[in-house]
Design a protein around this ligand. Sequence first.
Ligand SMILES: *[C@@H]1O[C@H](CO)[C@@H](O)[C@H](O)[C@H]1NC(C)=O
Ligand SMILES: *[C@@H]1O[C@H](CO)[C@@H](O)[C@H](O)[C@H]1NC(C)=O
Length: 404
Amino acid sequence: MASLVSFLAFHFLFTFFHYSSLAANVNYNIQNLGAKPDGKTDSTEAFLRAWTSACASKHPATIYVPPGRYLIGAATFAGESCNNPAITIRIDGTLVAPSNYNVIGNSGNWVKFERVTGVSVIGGTLDGRGTKLWACKNSGRNCPKGATTLAFYNSNNIMINGLSSINSQKFHILIDGCSNAKLVGMKVFAPGNSPNTDGIHVEKSTGVTILNSKIGTGDDCVSIGPGTSNLWIENIACGPGHGISIGSLGWVLQEPGVQNVTVKSSSFTGTQNGVRVKTWARPSNGFVKYVLFQHLVMVNVQNPIIVDQNYCPDHHNCPNQVSGVKISDITYQDIHGSSATEIATKFVCSKQNPCNGITLEDVNLTYKNGPAKSSCINAFGKFFGLVLPNSCLRNILSLAKRRK
Ligand SMILES: *[C@@H]1O[C@H](CO)[C@@H](O)[C@H](O)[C@H]1NC(C)=O
Ligand SMILES: *[C@@H]1O[C@H](CO)[C@@H](O)[C@H](O)[C@H]1NC(C)=O
């Protein structure tokens, strides 16, 4: 009897461990698949082999990148034939782009995920080595467009946590056509004069959250393109760079709108803009609505609050028409600090579609420790509480005045 019990117990334990080990994470160490941590040996194939193996497994899989520098070329991780909805890429090392920018400069993206579900990227550094390409671009020579460092297209349930991206050739991180993506604890850096190196660009996506990150680049810290909805941005330190921008929008006639965007508890230091909405002066059926900018600190920012519907950064071949993009229901709440130019609050809206439902509440922006100015064209809305510089929004009485 005792031996039967111990046999059953043994059998139970054996079965239990057998199944639990099957259910456990399968681990693919890219060094075992041929990757070399020397920064010189092309390790692209090892990463792709790890991806193929992880995709073939039905159990949650981890692709592990140990410390060291791994040279990889343009790589696409495709989800079409991937059976695994839980793949984690855990990076303790640095992925480096080829030193010759031409190798990936025309491929659009460097590390690209397409139609994947349930992918997490944890830790690690991506070094795009963009310096020589920026120099080429800044010299006005004919250069490749440059590659986006890390792109997710048409993907769902994405997590990027604790990733650093430095010196991207072009955009650092792109979320395009995705739903439910969480980006947390990111560090994104490129010099303030590096062209087109936006930190995180989101478009045609819904349910994207960006938290607790430091972003300093030569372009927008976060840029928000057409078709973005339900975007939450919180606790970002931005600078240097062009601020957090919705747009540019309205280059084409048929364009999906941007709605339900929150940017809160963030700081902007020495940036060209704080929070900006920018549209081209062209016909378009695009729109921006339900946006909240809240609890923001501006330190020496050129345009802390700006809507620009005549956006044309190079000032040549400007469309010079009237923007069709409709901007409404934008709230600025608890925004403090200093402007580096006299006009701290600026609304340049479309003659055809004036900005509507703009709200300013508890805004105090100074210029050289004194008063700043505001400027409004075709902008309608109201203000509450202390608003400095004074609101120039048209036609609506403030609650305070109405109460008198
Ligand atoms: C707006 O987006 C947030 C996430 O950023 C979401 O929780 C909320 O439900 C959305 N609101 C509407 C009305 O869709
Ligand atoms: C606005 O902010 C400045 C700088 O922080 C401060 O000195 C000033 O007292 C504030 N103005 C009001 C009316 O609170």
